[in-house]
Write a protein that binds this ligand. Structure first.
Ligand code: PNS
Length: 167
């Protein structure tokens, strides 16, 4: 049984992540989606909300969804996983991903990073862009699962309401 970890901020989950996960499930027996607790100082969604959304959007079979803090290799060791999955969208991802893979290998030479490429229509897609476009009222319905779209709408509608001056 080969178990893999798919780590990230997932703030929020996009169709690109979902695409990668389905590819990973063709290669590995099970996959743990590992959500970094403090990915950004101020993530749009709390860790609990990100976990909830991911669980709602992905089939439960062979997929575990957990949060982690601290070093990724420590989390992988605790889960008994020797494979880390990362997505490579374009050449621009390469340098950062290479640094991270080499650092993780330095920390634990028994853990391998496996890079997967998403469907080409998602090669430009990032959670950061999704948040920016959704926040400015743009259409991201083809870029995120329906539950994430609903959560984004609620988030930005509520934020708008918060911004309104009180009369
Ligand atoms: O979705 P992201 O933000 O690109 O994911 C980055 C992530 C979570 C994979 C990375 O920040 C991470 O592994 N953080 C945990 C801390 C760690 O292990 N650092 C050493 C390796 S660079």
């Amino acid at each position: 049984m080969v178990h893999a970890i798919f780590p990230g901020s997932f703030d929020p989950l996009t169709n690109g992540h979902v695409d990668l996960l389905h590819r990973a499930l063709k290669l590995f027996d099970s996959v743990t989606v590992a959500v970094l607790v403090n990915a950004e100082k101020k993530p749009l969604f709390t860790c609990e909300a990100r976990l909830r959304l991911i669980r709602r959007c992905l089939p439960p079979d062979r997929i575990h969804v957990l949060s982690f803090d601290g070093l990724l290799v420590d989390f992988a060791r605790k889960r008994g996983a020797k494979v880390l999955i990362r997505g490579l969208r374009a050449v621009s991802d390469y340098e950062y991903e290479c640094q991270m893979a080499m650092m993780n290998r330095d920390l634990d030479p028994d853990i391998e990073t496996v890079f997967l490429m998403p469907k080409s229509c998602y090669s430009f897609l990032s959670s950061r862009m999704v948040k920016e476009v959704a926040g400015l009222g743009g259409d991201v319905s083809h870029l995120v699962p329906p539950a994430v779209l609903t959560a984004l709408k609620e988030k930005f509608d509520l934020d708008d309401r918060d911004d309104r001056p009180s009369l």
